[in-house]
Ligand binder design. Structure first.
Ligand code: AMP
Length: 193
């Protein structure tokens, strides 16, 4: 079983690379952002709660997010492995995640951290906002807030996982072509086989 975390700021290309991995490997892609957006479009209770945070570029509270992740894992329990995209994003999420994986006797195989500069992120997100239909990609202030939240609450998880997984943590220059990045990622798959 392969379980991978795609880590990186908003706009770093996690979703794009996850889609490419899914085309080649039989893994289940779990994007907490996608699941929140589905709940918002279906106007579920969770969607209504999450929407307030997402539209401001803030993180959805940990308890809601951790529950949602646990439910997703349960609903794809027969999977060969997972790509976690956009989760975990805080230390309590990472700690709860470790416990959950332990309970399910699962391990993280490796973590890929996509590194992209702030100017490039803003440019990409505004560009994505032109046709993604995502309100949080349209407003420059919300975008800057999302990047700030990443620096304040999420980036520190790199150290958490560097300590925990050591030689299974890979930083990749995410400011190259989609194909170049994807090639690096598949090389990691080969090394970790
Ligand atoms: P994303 O599609 O990953 O960029 O996520 C979009 C938005 O969903 C984020 O800006 C957060 O408001 C929310 N979100 C997604 N994943 C998480 C998470 N792991 N923890 C808290 N909020 C999240």
């Amino acid at each position: 079983m392969l379980n991978i975390v795609l880590f990186g700021p908003p706009g770093s290309g996690k979703g794009t690379q996850a889609d490419l991995i899914v085309q080649k490997k039989q893994l289940t892609h779990i994007s907490t952002g996608d699941v929140f957006r589905k709940n918002i479009s279906q106007q579920t209770n969770l969607g209504k709660l999450a929407e307030n945070y997402i539209q401001k570029g803030q993180l959805v509270p940990d308890d809601l997010t951790i529950n949602l992740l646990a439910n997703e894992l349960d609903s794809y329990s027969d999977s060969n492995g997972y790509i976690f995209d956009g989760f975990p994003r805080t230390l309590p999420q990472a700690q709860a995640f470790s416990k959950l994986l332990e309970k399910k006797e699962m391990n993280l195989s490796f973590i890929i951290s996509l590194e992209v500069s702030e100017n490039e992120l803003v440019k990409r997100l505004l560009n994505r906002g032109l046709d993604s239909g995502r309100a949080d990609d349209k407003n420059q202030e919300v975008i800057r807030n999302r990047i700030q939240v990443y620096h304040n609450q999420t980036a520190m998880l790199k150290n958490f996982y560097l300590n925990k997984l050591k030689d299974s943590f890979f930083s990749i220059d995410g400011e190259r072509t989609v194909n170049e990045i994807s090639e690096d990622i598949f090389n990691i798959f080969l090394r970790k086989k």
